[in-house]
Design a protein around this ligand. Structure first.
Ligand SMILES: *Cc1c(COP(=O)(O)O)cnc(C)c1O
Length: 341
């Protein structure tokens, strides 16, 4: 039994999901003639209370399209220093949109309205790039699965409105935030110009992200997606996995969160652990004591068929997910207890 806690992207489609995918009705989605893709997009737009949606092959492409749609070359966006759009999208902000990033030193990947206000360049000062977009991530990835209070997001939105800035949500793990905080998707739909969501993380679909916005922006997004090489044909088979995931895999995320919290408690008792960051959702970040090497811990766990990843600087990461079952969880808890040096 191999236990992969490296990411929630390692899940494989279940038999039920595969059966559902096989039955999908498909057409050419580049001509918007795939009924299953159209259904997925309509459902998500409705769910978030937004006008329209567009299916993308990856979250990176959905974020990059959003940034392209909301900025002009030479402008600047504001984001946390841990932001996926800055750290893990291969420099796409600069490459695709010609935009620079003003990074904020937030708390676990989350920024505040006051920080945003302080980072906006004076539009009259033409030596500086024009600030035009704020990007937030919920839950935060590198920030350890932390999630925003809606009130803080409302405050950031007010700052955006006062300064004519657009507001994008990287909601790759928005489902985890909703479940952890008891929030409804329409609360997010009201606040953002664009929202990207992933179906292939906690929800367990093999591929797929969706960008949500108003009708005009999504119409323009069709061309940007095509330009980025993301126009797909009979892709309803994949959209069907997304529909299945929305119907079956949201509320169960609470189990992933419980297991991550239980792992945090077990780690706190290990004498080689120096600190465990607070766990709100399915991501758990912890540090090893300075006299320990994180690669040594990874190797020890690997001997027991448990795979976790390093974040560098003595930090390790565990991510719980759909394919991390209760039997595996009991085994890992026991292994951690016995892991001596
Ligand atoms: C995974 C992730 C994405 C998108 O990643 P893809 O691998 O391109 O689908 C975007 N933002 C965050 C915060 C993520 O964790």
């Amino acid at each position: 039994m191999e236990i992969n806690l490296v990411s929630d992207t390692v899940t494989k489609p279940s038999n039920e999901m595969l059966q559902f995918m096989f039955k999908a009705k498909v057409g050419d989605d580049v001509y918007k003639q795939d009924p299953t893709v159209n259904e997925l997009e309509a459902r998500l737009a409705h769910f978030f209370g937004m006008e329209a949606a567009l299916f993308f092959p990856s979250g990176t492409m959905a974020n990059q399209a959003a940034i392209k749609l909301l900025t002009q070359p030479g402008e600047q966006l504001i984001a946390d220093k841990y932001a996926h759009v800055f750290n893990y999208e291969a420099g796409g902000v600069a490459f695709n949109s010609g935009v620079s990033c003003h990074l904020l030193d937030g708390n676990r990947g989350m920024i505040t309205a006051d920080q945003v206000r302080g980072a906006i360049n004076d539009p009259e000062f033409y030596h500086a790039p024009l600030t035009s977009l704020v990007c937030v991530e919920n839950t935060t990835n590198k920030g350890g699965g932390a999630c925003y209070e809606i009130d803080e997001l409302k405050k950031i939105k007010a700052v955006c409105d006062a300064h004519g800035l657009k507001f994008h949500l990287d909601g790759a793990r928005i489902w985890n935030a909703m479940v952890a905080k008891g929030q409804h998707p329409s609360e997010f739909g009201k606040l953002f110009d664009t929202v990207s969501v992933c179906l292939s993380k906690g929800l367990g679909a093999p591929i797929g992200s969706v960008l949500l916005s108003d009708k005009t922006t999504i119409h323009k997004a069709l061309r940007v997606r095509k330009l980025l090489g993301g126009g797909m044909r009979q892709v309803g088979y994949l959209a069907a996995a997304g529909i299945y995931a929305l119907e079956n895999n949201i509320t169960r995320l609470a189990e992933d969160h419980r297991r991550a919290k239980e792992l945090a408690v077990a780690l706190q008792k290990c004498d080689w652990v120096s600190g465990v960051e607070p766990v709100e959702t399915n991501i758990l970040i912890f540090s090893v004591k300075p006299d320990r090497n994180e690669n040594e811990i990874i190797a020890k766990l690997k001997e027991k068929s448990i795979f976790i990843s390093s974040m560098g600087q003595g930090k390790l990461r565990i991510v719980t997910h759909l394919d991390y079952k209760e039997v595996m969880h009991s085994y890992v808890l026991e292994a951690l207890e016995k892991l001596g040096f």
